[in-house]
Design a protein. Structure first.
Lengths: 250, 250
Protein backbone atom coordinates (compact mmCIF):
# COMPACT_ATOMS: atom_id res chain seq x y z
CA UNK A 1 0.00 0.00 0.00
CA UNK A 2 1.34 3.47 -0.91
CA UNK A 3 0.85 5.89 1.91
CA UNK A 4 -0.05 9.53 1.67
CA UNK A 5 -0.67 12.48 3.92
CA UNK A 6 -3.49 14.96 3.35
CA UNK A 7 -3.80 18.07 5.51
CA UNK A 8 -7.47 18.95 5.25
CA UNK A 9 -9.63 21.86 6.32
CA UNK A 10 -13.03 21.00 7.80
CA UNK A 11 -14.30 24.58 7.60
CA UNK A 12 -15.95 26.42 10.48
CA UNK A 13 -18.29 23.63 11.62
CA UNK A 14 -21.23 23.16 9.27
CA UNK A 15 -20.86 20.00 7.16
CA UNK A 16 -22.43 21.83 4.19
CA UNK A 17 -19.26 23.95 4.11
CA UNK A 18 -16.84 21.00 3.76
CA UNK A 19 -15.55 20.70 0.18
CA UNK A 20 -16.12 17.44 -1.72
CA UNK A 21 -12.35 16.88 -2.10
CA UNK A 22 -11.97 16.91 1.69
CA UNK A 23 -14.92 14.55 2.14
CA UNK A 24 -13.36 12.24 -0.44
CA UNK A 25 -9.95 12.22 1.26
CA UNK A 26 -11.53 11.40 4.62
CA UNK A 27 -13.49 8.56 2.98
CA UNK A 28 -10.26 7.03 1.62
CA UNK A 29 -8.21 7.49 4.81
CA UNK A 30 -7.00 4.74 7.13
CA UNK A 31 -6.10 7.27 9.84
CA UNK A 32 -7.44 10.63 10.92
CA UNK A 33 -5.22 12.73 13.18
CA UNK A 34 -5.87 16.04 14.93
CA UNK A 35 -7.02 18.04 17.89
CA UNK A 36 -9.76 15.99 19.53
CA UNK A 37 -12.79 18.23 18.76
CA UNK A 38 -11.92 18.21 15.04
CA UNK A 39 -11.24 14.46 14.86
CA UNK A 40 -14.65 13.89 16.45
CA UNK A 41 -16.27 15.65 13.47
CA UNK A 42 -15.22 12.65 11.34
CA UNK A 43 -17.76 9.81 11.67
CA UNK A 44 -16.51 6.44 12.91
CA UNK A 45 -16.33 3.64 10.36
CA UNK A 46 -14.65 0.24 9.98
CA UNK A 47 -11.01 0.51 8.96
CA UNK A 48 -10.61 4.10 10.14
CA UNK A 49 -8.39 4.82 13.13
CA UNK A 50 -9.01 8.14 14.85
CA UNK A 51 -6.03 9.68 16.68
CA UNK A 52 -7.09 12.46 19.03
CA UNK A 53 -4.38 14.73 20.41
CA UNK A 54 -4.31 17.79 22.63
CA UNK A 55 -3.90 21.30 21.30
CA UNK A 56 -0.32 21.64 22.56
CA UNK A 57 1.34 18.85 20.62
CA UNK A 58 1.37 20.10 17.05
CA UNK A 59 4.90 19.03 16.11
CA UNK A 60 4.58 15.60 17.78
CA UNK A 61 1.24 15.17 15.99
CA UNK A 62 2.84 16.16 12.67
CA UNK A 63 5.71 13.69 13.12
CA UNK A 64 3.31 10.91 14.04
CA UNK A 65 1.26 11.58 10.91
CA UNK A 66 4.37 11.64 8.70
CA UNK A 67 5.66 8.36 10.14
CA UNK A 68 2.32 6.68 9.49
CA UNK A 69 2.27 7.92 5.86
CA UNK A 70 5.84 6.66 5.43
CA UNK A 71 4.64 3.27 6.68
CA UNK A 72 1.98 3.08 3.97
CA UNK A 73 -1.02 4.47 5.83
CA UNK A 74 -3.42 6.93 4.19
CA UNK A 75 -3.45 9.73 6.72
CA UNK A 76 -5.67 12.80 6.95
CA UNK A 77 -4.62 15.49 9.40
CA UNK A 78 -7.69 17.59 10.13
CA UNK A 79 -7.88 21.26 11.07
CA UNK A 80 -10.93 23.41 11.47
CA UNK A 81 -11.19 26.22 8.95
CA UNK A 82 -8.32 26.21 6.45
CA UNK A 83 -5.25 24.15 7.38
CA UNK A 84 -2.96 26.90 6.02
CA UNK A 85 -4.32 29.64 8.30
CA UNK A 86 -2.97 29.34 11.86
CA UNK A 87 -3.46 25.59 11.73
CA UNK A 88 -1.71 22.29 11.01
CA UNK A 89 -0.17 22.80 7.55
CA UNK A 90 2.73 24.94 8.80
CA UNK A 91 3.46 22.41 11.57
CA UNK A 92 3.57 19.54 9.09
CA UNK A 93 6.01 21.35 6.78
CA UNK A 94 8.17 22.38 9.73
CA UNK A 95 8.37 18.71 10.68
CA UNK A 96 9.22 17.76 7.08
CA UNK A 97 11.92 20.43 6.93
CA UNK A 98 13.59 19.25 10.14
CA UNK A 99 12.91 15.54 9.57
CA UNK A 100 14.63 12.78 7.56
CA UNK A 101 15.14 13.37 3.83
CA UNK A 102 12.77 10.49 3.08
CA UNK A 103 9.83 12.64 4.25
CA UNK A 104 10.43 15.07 1.36
CA UNK A 105 9.46 12.38 -1.14
CA UNK A 106 6.15 11.57 0.54
CA UNK A 107 2.85 12.30 -1.22
CA UNK A 108 1.71 15.30 0.86
CA UNK A 109 -1.25 17.45 -0.18
CA UNK A 110 -3.03 20.35 1.48
CA UNK A 111 -6.79 20.66 0.87
CA UNK A 112 -8.23 24.08 1.64
CA UNK A 113 -11.24 24.76 3.80
CA UNK A 114 -13.39 27.80 4.63
CA UNK A 115 -11.38 29.75 7.18
CA UNK A 116 -13.09 31.41 10.15
CA UNK A 117 -12.62 35.04 9.07
CA UNK A 118 -14.24 34.43 5.69
CA UNK A 119 -17.12 32.45 7.18
CA UNK A 120 -17.65 35.24 9.73
CA UNK A 121 -17.44 37.92 7.06
CA UNK A 122 -20.03 36.09 4.96
CA UNK A 123 -22.49 35.95 7.88
CA UNK A 124 -22.58 39.74 8.27
CA UNK A 125 -22.02 40.96 4.70
CA UNK A 126 -18.63 41.89 3.25
CA UNK A 127 -16.46 43.50 5.95
CA UNK A 128 -13.30 42.14 4.27
CA UNK A 129 -14.37 43.41 0.86
CA UNK A 130 -11.28 45.61 0.57
CA UNK A 131 -7.61 45.03 1.53
CA UNK A 132 -7.28 43.19 4.84
CA UNK A 133 -4.92 41.27 7.11
CA UNK A 134 -5.11 38.31 9.48
CA UNK A 135 -3.24 38.35 12.79
CA UNK A 136 -3.00 35.52 15.31
CA UNK A 137 -3.31 37.10 18.76
CA UNK A 138 -1.77 34.11 20.50
CA UNK A 139 1.63 34.91 21.94
CA UNK A 140 2.45 31.25 22.58
CA UNK A 141 4.77 31.22 19.57
CA UNK A 142 5.77 34.85 19.07
CA UNK A 143 6.57 37.84 21.27
CA UNK A 144 3.71 40.14 22.17
CA UNK A 145 5.80 43.10 20.95
CA UNK A 146 5.57 41.74 17.39
CA UNK A 147 1.78 41.43 17.65
CA UNK A 148 1.59 45.05 18.84
CA UNK A 149 3.82 46.22 16.01
CA UNK A 150 1.68 44.44 13.43
CA UNK A 151 -1.55 45.82 14.89
CA UNK A 152 -0.15 49.37 14.78
CA UNK A 153 1.05 49.04 11.19
CA UNK A 154 -2.21 47.35 10.11
CA UNK A 155 -4.17 50.26 11.60
CA UNK A 156 -1.87 52.75 9.88
CA UNK A 157 -2.34 50.91 6.56
CA UNK A 158 -6.11 51.09 7.16
CA UNK A 159 -6.54 47.38 6.54
CA UNK A 160 -9.62 45.60 7.75
CA UNK A 161 -8.20 43.19 10.35
CA UNK A 162 -9.18 39.67 11.36
CA UNK A 163 -7.97 38.58 14.79
CA UNK A 164 -7.66 34.83 15.33
CA UNK A 165 -7.30 33.28 18.78
CA UNK A 166 -8.25 36.48 20.61
CA UNK A 167 -8.45 34.68 23.92
CA UNK A 168 -7.76 31.34 25.54
CA UNK A 169 -7.82 29.89 29.02
CA UNK A 170 -4.09 30.52 29.29
CA UNK A 171 -4.12 34.00 27.72
CA UNK A 172 -6.91 36.17 29.00
CA UNK A 173 -5.20 39.42 28.11
CA UNK A 174 -4.60 39.39 24.34
CA UNK A 175 -7.87 40.94 23.26
CA UNK A 176 -7.78 43.48 26.12
CA UNK A 177 -4.40 44.77 24.98
CA UNK A 178 -5.39 44.70 21.31
CA UNK A 179 -8.53 46.77 21.95
CA UNK A 180 -6.53 49.30 23.99
CA UNK A 181 -4.03 49.63 21.16
CA UNK A 182 -6.73 49.96 18.49
CA UNK A 183 -8.36 52.74 20.52
CA UNK A 184 -5.11 54.72 20.24
CA UNK A 185 -5.10 54.46 16.44
CA UNK A 186 -8.72 54.23 15.28
CA UNK A 187 -11.79 56.40 15.72
CA UNK A 188 -14.39 55.33 18.37
CA UNK A 189 -16.99 54.62 15.67
CA UNK A 190 -14.81 51.95 13.99
CA UNK A 191 -16.97 48.85 13.31
CA UNK A 192 -16.11 45.54 15.00
CA UNK A 193 -17.67 42.11 14.54
CA UNK A 194 -17.32 39.46 17.26
CA UNK A 195 -18.23 36.22 15.50
CA UNK A 196 -18.40 33.11 17.68
CA UNK A 197 -18.73 29.50 16.48
CA UNK A 198 -19.89 30.61 13.04
CA UNK A 199 -22.13 28.14 11.18
CA UNK A 200 -22.68 25.97 14.28
CA UNK A 201 -25.76 25.85 16.55
CA UNK A 202 -23.77 27.97 19.05
CA UNK A 203 -23.19 30.78 16.57
CA UNK A 204 -23.26 34.29 18.03
CA UNK A 205 -22.71 37.48 16.06
CA UNK A 206 -22.16 40.81 17.76
CA UNK A 207 -21.62 44.03 15.83
CA UNK A 208 -20.38 46.97 17.90
CA UNK A 209 -18.34 50.12 17.51
CA UNK A 210 -14.84 50.25 18.98
CA UNK A 211 -16.02 52.50 21.82
CA UNK A 212 -18.46 49.79 22.96
CA UNK A 213 -16.22 46.74 22.42
CA UNK A 214 -15.43 44.68 25.52
CA UNK A 215 -12.79 41.95 25.88
CA UNK A 216 -15.34 39.46 27.18
CA UNK A 217 -17.19 39.61 23.86
CA UNK A 218 -14.46 37.20 22.65
CA UNK A 219 -13.68 33.67 23.77
CA UNK A 220 -11.72 30.70 22.38
CA UNK A 221 -14.25 30.13 19.60
CA UNK A 222 -14.44 33.76 18.44
CA UNK A 223 -12.85 35.50 15.49
CA UNK A 224 -12.87 39.30 15.69
CA UNK A 225 -13.17 41.42 12.54
CA UNK A 226 -12.18 45.08 12.71
CA UNK A 227 -13.35 47.22 9.84
CA UNK A 228 -11.21 49.73 7.98
CA UNK A 229 -12.03 53.43 8.38
CA UNK A 230 -14.42 53.02 5.41
CA UNK A 231 -16.44 50.08 6.76
CA UNK A 232 -20.19 50.74 6.83
CA UNK A 233 -23.16 49.42 8.77
CA UNK A 234 -26.54 48.98 7.05
CA UNK A 235 -29.19 49.03 9.74
CA UNK A 236 -32.36 46.99 9.30
CA UNK A 237 -34.59 44.67 11.33
CA UNK A 238 -32.39 41.93 12.75
CA UNK A 239 -28.61 41.72 12.45
CA UNK A 240 -27.29 44.69 10.44
CA UNK A 241 -25.21 44.18 7.33
CA UNK A 242 -21.55 45.25 7.49
CA UNK A 243 -19.44 45.91 4.39
CA UNK A 244 -16.29 47.66 3.28
CA UNK A 245 -16.72 49.47 -0.04
CA UNK A 246 -14.58 48.37 -2.96
CA UNK A 247 -13.57 51.91 -3.83
CA UNK A 248 -11.39 54.40 -1.99
CA UNK A 249 -11.81 57.89 -3.53
CA UNK A 250 -8.70 59.71 -4.75
CA UNK B 1 -42.93 32.83 -4.63
CA UNK B 2 -40.59 34.41 -2.06
CA UNK B 3 -37.42 35.65 -3.66
CA UNK B 4 -33.95 35.54 -2.26
CA UNK B 5 -30.43 36.53 -3.18
CA UNK B 6 -27.42 34.34 -2.51
CA UNK B 7 -23.91 35.61 -3.22
CA UNK B 8 -21.91 32.43 -3.72
CA UNK B 9 -18.24 31.59 -4.12
CA UNK B 10 -17.38 28.98 -6.75
CA UNK B 11 -13.81 28.56 -5.51
CA UNK B 12 -10.73 28.65 -7.75
CA UNK B 13 -12.08 26.42 -10.54
CA UNK B 14 -12.14 22.75 -9.56
CA UNK B 15 -15.69 21.54 -8.90
CA UNK B 16 -14.40 19.36 -6.03
CA UNK B 17 -13.66 22.61 -4.19
CA UNK B 18 -17.22 23.96 -4.36
CA UNK B 19 -18.99 23.61 -1.01
CA UNK B 20 -22.26 21.62 -0.84
CA UNK B 21 -24.18 24.69 0.37
CA UNK B 22 -23.18 26.57 -2.79
CA UNK B 23 -24.11 23.61 -5.00
CA UNK B 24 -27.48 23.46 -3.23
CA UNK B 25 -28.19 27.17 -3.71
CA UNK B 26 -27.38 26.94 -7.42
CA UNK B 27 -29.70 23.93 -7.71
CA UNK B 28 -32.58 25.92 -6.19
CA UNK B 29 -31.97 29.11 -8.17
CA UNK B 30 -34.16 30.53 -10.92
CA UNK B 31 -31.43 32.97 -12.01
CA UNK B 32 -27.65 32.95 -11.99
CA UNK B 33 -25.89 36.28 -12.44
CA UNK B 34 -22.21 37.16 -12.82
CA UNK B 35 -19.15 37.75 -14.93
CA UNK B 36 -19.54 35.52 -17.98
CA UNK B 37 -16.70 33.01 -17.30
CA UNK B 38 -18.12 32.28 -13.83
CA UNK B 39 -21.75 31.99 -14.98
CA UNK B 40 -20.59 29.48 -17.60
CA UNK B 41 -19.34 27.24 -14.79
CA UNK B 42 -23.00 26.65 -13.84
CA UNK B 43 -24.53 23.91 -16.03
CA UNK B 44 -27.61 24.78 -18.07
CA UNK B 45 -30.92 23.31 -16.94
CA UNK B 46 -34.63 23.90 -17.48
CA UNK B 47 -35.97 26.78 -15.41
CA UNK B 48 -32.58 28.40 -14.87
CA UNK B 49 -31.83 31.73 -16.54
CA UNK B 50 -28.18 32.60 -16.87
CA UNK B 51 -27.29 36.31 -16.95
CA UNK B 52 -23.76 36.92 -18.19
CA UNK B 53 -22.31 40.39 -17.68
CA UNK B 54 -18.97 42.02 -18.33
CA UNK B 55 -16.40 42.62 -15.62
CA UNK B 56 -16.96 46.38 -15.52
CA UNK B 57 -20.61 46.47 -14.48
CA UNK B 58 -20.53 45.34 -10.89
CA UNK B 59 -23.01 47.84 -9.47
CA UNK B 60 -25.43 47.48 -12.39
CA UNK B 61 -25.18 43.69 -12.01
CA UNK B 62 -25.83 44.00 -8.26
CA UNK B 63 -28.89 46.20 -8.79
CA UNK B 64 -30.26 43.83 -11.41
CA UNK B 65 -29.86 40.88 -9.03
CA UNK B 66 -31.56 42.77 -6.18
CA UNK B 67 -34.50 43.77 -8.37
CA UNK B 68 -35.01 40.18 -9.46
CA UNK B 69 -34.94 38.95 -5.83
CA UNK B 70 -37.46 41.66 -4.93
CA UNK B 71 -39.70 40.37 -7.72
CA UNK B 72 -39.72 36.88 -6.25
CA UNK B 73 -36.88 35.26 -8.19
CA UNK B 74 -34.34 32.99 -6.47
CA UNK B 75 -31.08 34.60 -7.54
CA UNK B 76 -27.51 33.38 -7.13
CA UNK B 77 -24.76 35.89 -7.88
CA UNK B 78 -21.60 33.91 -8.57
CA UNK B 79 -17.99 34.94 -7.96
CA UNK B 80 -14.88 32.86 -8.34
CA UNK B 81 -13.03 32.22 -5.10
CA UNK B 82 -14.80 33.75 -2.10
CA UNK B 83 -17.43 36.42 -2.83
CA UNK B 84 -16.21 38.49 0.13
CA UNK B 85 -12.62 38.82 -1.13
CA UNK B 86 -12.30 41.38 -3.95
CA UNK B 87 -15.50 40.07 -5.48
CA UNK B 88 -19.26 40.61 -5.69
CA UNK B 89 -20.37 40.71 -2.03
CA UNK B 90 -19.13 44.26 -1.39
CA UNK B 91 -20.80 45.47 -4.61
CA UNK B 92 -24.13 43.94 -3.56
CA UNK B 93 -24.06 45.57 -0.13
CA UNK B 94 -23.04 48.91 -1.63
CA UNK B 95 -26.10 48.65 -3.88
CA UNK B 96 -28.30 47.76 -0.89
CA UNK B 97 -26.92 50.69 1.12
CA UNK B 98 -27.61 53.19 -1.66
CA UNK B 99 -30.85 51.56 -2.86
CA UNK B 100 -34.48 51.68 -1.72
CA UNK B 101 -35.24 50.77 1.91
CA UNK B 102 -37.19 47.72 0.71
CA UNK B 103 -33.91 46.04 -0.32
CA UNK B 104 -32.80 45.93 3.34
CA UNK B 105 -35.59 43.50 4.13
CA UNK B 106 -34.65 41.04 1.38
CA UNK B 107 -33.35 37.57 2.22
CA UNK B 108 -29.68 38.04 1.28
CA UNK B 109 -27.03 35.46 2.19
CA UNK B 110 -23.33 35.18 1.40
CA UNK B 111 -21.92 31.66 0.95
CA UNK B 112 -18.14 31.43 1.24
CA UNK B 113 -15.84 29.77 -1.24
CA UNK B 114 -12.15 28.87 -1.36
CA UNK B 115 -10.36 32.11 -2.19
CA UNK B 116 -7.40 32.16 -4.61
CA UNK B 117 -4.67 32.92 -2.07
CA UNK B 118 -5.63 29.98 0.14
CA UNK B 119 -5.93 27.60 -2.81
CA UNK B 120 -2.52 28.77 -4.05
CA UNK B 121 -0.99 28.45 -0.58
CA UNK B 122 -2.33 24.91 -0.28
CA UNK B 123 -0.73 23.87 -3.58
CA UNK B 124 2.78 24.78 -2.41
CA UNK B 125 2.62 24.10 1.34
CA UNK B 126 1.83 26.72 3.96
CA UNK B 127 3.29 30.10 2.92
CA UNK B 128 0.47 31.94 4.75
CA UNK B 129 0.98 29.89 7.92
CA UNK B 130 1.74 32.98 9.96
CA UNK B 131 0.24 36.51 9.97
CA UNK B 132 -0.54 37.74 6.47
CA UNK B 133 -2.41 40.34 4.41
CA UNK B 134 -4.28 40.48 1.11
CA UNK B 135 -3.93 43.47 -1.19
CA UNK B 136 -5.78 44.10 -4.45
CA UNK B 137 -3.25 45.57 -6.90
CA UNK B 138 -5.95 46.98 -9.16
CA UNK B 139 -6.01 50.76 -9.07
CA UNK B 140 -9.37 50.94 -10.84
CA UNK B 141 -11.08 51.78 -7.57
CA UNK B 142 -8.36 53.25 -5.38
CA UNK B 143 -5.34 55.51 -5.84
CA UNK B 144 -2.02 53.83 -6.55
CA UNK B 145 -0.48 55.84 -3.68
CA UNK B 146 -2.67 53.90 -1.23
CA UNK B 147 -1.53 50.57 -2.68
CA UNK B 148 2.10 51.68 -2.30
CA UNK B 149 1.53 52.77 1.28
CA UNK B 150 -0.07 49.43 2.15
CA UNK B 151 2.73 47.46 0.50
CA UNK B 152 5.37 49.44 2.43
CA UNK B 153 3.58 48.97 5.75
CA UNK B 154 2.93 45.29 5.05
CA UNK B 155 6.63 44.77 4.37
CA UNK B 156 7.53 46.67 7.54
CA UNK B 157 5.08 44.52 9.53
CA UNK B 158 6.75 41.44 7.99
CA UNK B 159 3.42 40.00 6.90
CA UNK B 160 3.28 37.36 4.22
CA UNK B 161 1.41 39.15 1.42
CA UNK B 162 -1.09 37.91 -1.16
CA UNK B 163 -1.47 40.14 -4.22
CA UNK B 164 -4.75 39.82 -6.11
CA UNK B 165 -5.24 41.19 -9.63
CA UNK B 166 -1.52 41.78 -10.20
CA UNK B 167 -2.07 42.56 -13.85
CA UNK B 168 -4.83 43.09 -16.39
CA UNK B 169 -5.10 44.15 -20.00
CA UNK B 170 -5.79 47.70 -18.87
CA UNK B 171 -3.14 47.78 -16.13
CA UNK B 172 0.15 46.30 -17.17
CA UNK B 173 2.18 48.17 -14.58
CA UNK B 174 0.85 47.15 -11.15
CA UNK B 175 3.07 44.16 -10.58
CA UNK B 176 6.15 45.96 -12.00
CA UNK B 177 5.77 48.78 -9.50
CA UNK B 178 4.98 46.39 -6.65
CA UNK B 179 8.11 44.32 -7.30
CA UNK B 180 10.26 47.48 -7.45
CA UNK B 181 8.84 48.62 -4.14
CA UNK B 182 9.29 45.23 -2.48
CA UNK B 183 12.94 45.21 -3.60
CA UNK B 184 13.48 48.40 -1.60
CA UNK B 185 12.12 46.82 1.57
CA UNK B 186 12.83 43.08 1.42
CA UNK B 187 15.99 41.01 1.00
CA UNK B 188 16.71 39.55 -2.47
CA UNK B 189 16.22 35.99 -1.19
CA UNK B 190 12.58 36.66 -0.19
CA UNK B 191 10.38 33.79 -1.45
CA UNK B 192 7.63 34.50 -4.00
CA UNK B 193 5.00 32.19 -5.44
CA UNK B 194 3.32 33.02 -8.75
CA UNK B 195 0.25 30.79 -8.82
CA UNK B 196 -1.83 30.85 -11.99
CA UNK B 197 -5.27 29.28 -12.51
CA UNK B 198 -4.87 27.10 -9.43
CA UNK B 199 -6.84 23.82 -9.45
CA UNK B 200 -7.67 24.10 -13.19
CA UNK B 201 -6.02 22.26 -16.12
CA UNK B 202 -4.10 25.50 -16.85
CA UNK B 203 -2.53 25.63 -13.38
CA UNK B 204 1.05 26.91 -13.27
CA UNK B 205 3.11 27.32 -10.12
CA UNK B 206 6.38 29.20 -10.10
CA UNK B 207 8.48 29.62 -6.96
CA UNK B 208 11.26 32.20 -7.19
CA UNK B 209 13.22 34.55 -4.99
CA UNK B 210 12.55 38.29 -5.18
CA UNK B 211 15.79 38.87 -7.10
CA UNK B 212 14.57 36.57 -9.88
CA UNK B 213 10.93 37.68 -9.97
CA UNK B 214 9.73 39.21 -13.26
CA UNK B 215 6.49 41.08 -13.89
CA UNK B 216 5.54 38.80 -16.78
CA UNK B 217 5.35 35.84 -14.38
CA UNK B 218 1.88 37.26 -13.50
CA UNK B 219 -1.19 37.63 -15.67
CA UNK B 220 -4.93 38.16 -15.08
CA UNK B 221 -5.36 34.66 -13.65
CA UNK B 222 -2.40 34.81 -11.24
CA UNK B 223 -2.29 35.41 -7.50
CA UNK B 224 1.16 36.30 -6.16
CA UNK B 225 2.21 35.23 -2.66
CA UNK B 226 5.17 36.97 -1.04
CA UNK B 227 6.65 35.23 1.96
CA UNK B 228 7.57 36.94 5.22
CA UNK B 229 11.26 37.17 6.13
CA UNK B 230 10.88 33.77 7.84
CA UNK B 231 9.35 31.87 4.88
CA UNK B 232 11.29 28.73 3.98
CA UNK B 233 11.73 26.58 0.89
CA UNK B 234 12.03 22.78 1.21
CA UNK B 235 13.80 21.53 -1.88
CA UNK B 236 12.97 18.09 -3.27
CA UNK B 237 12.27 16.43 -6.60
CA UNK B 238 9.48 18.34 -8.30
CA UNK B 239 7.88 21.55 -7.01
CA UNK B 240 9.46 22.56 -3.69
CA UNK B 241 7.37 23.04 -0.58
CA UNK B 242 7.09 26.58 0.79
CA UNK B 243 6.03 27.36 4.35
CA UNK B 244 6.12 30.09 6.96
CA UNK B 245 6.92 28.76 10.44
CA UNK B 246 4.32 29.24 13.14
CA UNK B 247 6.86 30.55 15.64
CA UNK B 248 8.85 33.78 15.70
CA UNK B 249 11.63 33.55 18.32
CA UNK B 250 11.80 36.21 21.04
Amino acid sequence: MTGWLVIAGLGPGNQAMVTPEVTQAVAEATDVVGYAPYVRRVPRRRGLRRHETSNHEEIARAQHALRMAENGRRVVVVSSGDPGVFAMAAAIFEAVHLGPDSWRTLDIRVLSGITAMLAAAARVGAPLGHDFCAINLSDNLKPWALIEKRLRLAAEADFAIALYNPRSKARLKGIDLALDLLREHCEPSRVLVFARAVSTPEEQLRIVCLAEALPNMADMRTVVLIGSSATQIINRDGTPFVYTPRAVPE
